[in-house]
Design a protein around this ligand. Structure first.
Ligand code: ADP
Ligand code: MG
Length: 686
């Protein structure tokens, strides 16, 4: 909208507001307090509890600068409303002007209104860096709690409060829901909710467990609902828009898929069957599939993808399968080739750095026309013109950014899209952030799996662990040894891997020890992995490059060094590398004392749980949703107010409401979206 929407403030202030995502005057209204301060009542100095913010009125008795090494400004004040009790105000940083103003207040006998926490000091009760101002004679106490807003440098709380108060008066807060709806959901109207949250009555205290602070007050719930509704509306609208595009109808005669299943050494689980059927039905439609296939580590997503590829190929189209790492691309390539080549399907692998020059050109040439192309980002980076891409599969999709996935989609004329993820996403998270996708879940592991036992060892017991590695190798099985994760430096991480490899070569003399890390060339990695797959290596020392997708059923021991440095989903992924065959498998978490409270919490969760969904749920609680959805939400703001765990009921209500509005009342949907997202919504249309 035009100028009316612009915030009436100086360009400098406007640019600071923009940093907070506040562009329009109506955005200010939805900028809600982090917490509140109670300036509605006065406390007498003599009665003030220690360590709790209080407000006192006082007169200045004297002002001085202490001659300590670091000069301090100290003002002695006495209670203006009571018994002349004394309080010291102490300022470690101050200006000369501040001292002169306090001295002037003393000379003129003015009252100060002071806000801060009292603590007992050397000379008596004191406040360090309290907020204070000179009081006008007839100034009344405010009638509501004082909001404290998220802000940014150069934007004071009082300026922000003034702007927001004015915006509240001017904004169009017409409710898009009627009274009956509000009553039946025990929610206040939008205007009532906003008025209350910006200026709560004093009886709503802001103590840690109050409804304001825990955001469980109906006013908060109303705002959270509206926010979730905006999210649902925008994602569903993007979903519907993509659905209006045409895609090749891939009719399922099923010859290839049936032949593949007949040749498998196992039968599909019921969950795999169900999910495969969902995908088959999608591929028959004249619009592109947008499906996320979720399933815990090892549940067998690859075969489901292979069946989908069969359908595309049989219908005369190409399928592309993109994986986040070279190791994984190579593994998938081997597996898919073993399954599909006997059916006469031409499978080509294209990963980075594999080869240069003419050979490369040949590979790219082959990829242009091959029936199935497996690869890394190389699939989207190279100048490949897929002749007739009908299905784009993205493995471990959370490892890719939204841009990369879009790129792959652009390689065909709206190909069908299947995204796979082994990071199980809790239901409410999937319902909200993935509302623009259809979600299929494989919720069952193949029957031949034996659960992985998890054991925790402090690294002082490393000897016992190397003994266990020896025992495993003696029985003809293999082990992974994962090196510490070093967040800040891949160079240090590499060094750690080299060191560990050197140490283990000595400690495990006689065993065949391999090493794989991110700095190896693609063909070197492939060679090490091939040796491990072939059983020519007993212990594979690795950095987290093996985190996702690697599948060697004969490996039955996973050792993770410095497990306390890993995130929960990483630990779960790594542990999922074993327990893939019928052998008893063990995952050893080696940790170093002392453990931080979060590290302890993580190790406890991974030790106690084997179900990826449960782990993800607890992880969500520890970390919040940002990390789960990663970079996929380039345009969509993360939720500011709603909490997917606490507000699960609101997510459901928002989903129903969005579906209804988009069907029956698109205008109302548009109005709500403009209110919440403004022009940010455009970003979602990609
Ligand atoms: P993920 O879902 O983690 O990608 P994979 O597709 O790599 O899992 O499958 C893990 C292993 O289980 C593979 O060796 C695969 O061949 C095997 N597998 C898949 N489905 C079944 C099944 N229904 N029964 C037995 N083994 C299966
Ligand atoms: Mg996989």
């Amino acid at each position: 909208m035009p100028a009316a929407e612009e915030i009436d403030a100086s360009p400098a202030i406007r640019s600071r507001l923009r940093k907070l995502g506040l562009e329009r005057s109506s955005d200010l209204v939805l900028h809600l307090p982090l917490r509140y301060e109670d300036e509605t009542r006065l406390t007498r100095i003599a009665d003030a509890p220690v360590g709790v913010p209080v407000q006192v009125d006082a007169r200045v008795l004297d002002v001085s600068i202490t001659p300590a090494a670091r000069r301090q400004l100290v003002a002695r004040v006495s209670d203006a409303n009571g018994d002349d009790s004394i309080l010291f105000l102490r300022f470690l940083n101050f200006y000369g002007s501040q001292m002169r103003a306090l001295a002037a207040a003393r000379d003129q006998g003015l009252r100060l209104r002071i806000f801060g926490e009292i603590r007992s000091g050397f000379l008596g009760p004191e406040m360090v860096h309290p907020r204070y101002r000179v009081l006008a004679d007839d100034e009344a106490l405010p009638q509501s709690l004082t909001p404290v807003y998220p802000s940014t440098a150069g934007l004071s709380q009082s300026a922000l409060r003034r702007l927001i108060a004015r915006a509240l008066k001017e904004a169009d807060l017409a409710d898009l829901f009627d009274d009956r709806w509000c009553q039946s959901h025990s929610l206040p109207s939008l205007a009532t909710a906003l008025a209350l949250l910006h200026a709560p009555p004093p009886e709503l205290t802001d103590s840690a467990d109050s409804a304001l602070q825990t955001r469980s007050h109906p006013a908060w719930r109303r705002i959270k609902f509206d926010e979730l509704l905006a999210q649902q509306l925008s994602l569903r609208r993007a979903y519907l828009a993509r659905r209006r595009k045409g895609a090749p109808e891939l009719a399922p005669a099923g010859r290839l898929a049936n032949a593949l299943q007949a040749a498998l050494p196992f039968a599909l689980t019921a969950a795999q069957r169900r999910v495969a059927d969902e995908i088959i039905a999608d591929l028959e439609q004249p619009y592109p599939m947008q499906r996320l296939l979720q399933g815990d580590v090892g549940c067998g997503k690859t075969i489901v993808a292979a069946l989908a590829a069969c359908q595309a190929i049989e219908a005369g189209h190409q399928a592309a399968f993109m994986a986040p790492t070279e190791i994984l691309a190579e593994q998938n390539h081997l597996k898919l080739r073993t399954w599909l080549a006997p059916l006469g399907i031409e499978v080509v692998c294209l990963s980075g750095g594999l080869s240069k020059g003419i050979r490369r050109a040949k590979q790219v040439q082959a990829a242009t026309s091959a029936q199935l192309v497996v690869g890394t980002h190389a699939l989207i980076q190279e100048n490949i013109d897929f002749a007739r891409l009908g299905l784009a599969i993205v493995d471990e999709q959370h490892r890719f950014g939204v841009v990369q996935r879009l790129e792959l989609r652009r390689k065909g004329v709206n190909p069908h899209q299947l995204m796979m993820s082994a990071t199980p996403i809790p239901r409410t998270l999937a319902m909200s952030y993935y509302a623009d996708l259809d979600v299929s879940v494989i919720d069952e592991l193949p029957p031949d799996r034996s659960p992985v036992r998890t054991r925790l060892f402090s690294d002082q017991r490393r000897d016992e662990v190397t003994a266990a590695v020896r025992a495993v190798a003696a029985s003809g099985r293999q082990a992974y040894w994962v090196c510490p994760l070093i967040e800040e430096s891949t160079k240090l991480e590499l060094q750690a891997a080299l060191d560990t490899h050197a140490a283990l070569t000595v400690e495990l003399a006689g065993l065949r020890i391999g090493l794989v890390h991110g700095r190896l060339r693609g063909d070197e990695k492939a060679a090490v992995m091939a040796a491990f797959v072939a059983g020519e290596v007993d212990v594979l020392v690795a950095t987290t490059v093996i985190e996702v997708g690697v599948d060697v059923p004969n490996a039955s021991l996973m050792v993770i060094e410095h497990a306390e440095r890993f995130g929960l989903s990483q630990l779960h992924q790594l542990r999922g590398r074993v327990g893939r065959g019928a052998h008893d498998s063990v995952c050893v978490l080696l940790y170093q004392q002392p453990l931080s409270p979060t590290a302890r919490a993580r190790l406890k969760i991974i030790f106690e749980n084997s179900d990826g969904f449960e782990i993800a749920r607890q992880d969500l609680r520890l970390r919040g949703p940002g990390e789960f959805v990663g970079s996929r939400q380039s345009g969509a703001p993360l939720l500011r107010y709603a909490d997917l765990e606490v507000d699960a009921d609101l997510v459901e209500l928002a989903q129903e409401t969005a579906a209804k509005w988009l069907r029956d009342d698109p205008e109302r949907a548009g109005h709500h979206l403009r209110r919440w997202l403004g022009n940010r919504e455009e970003l979602l249309k990609a």
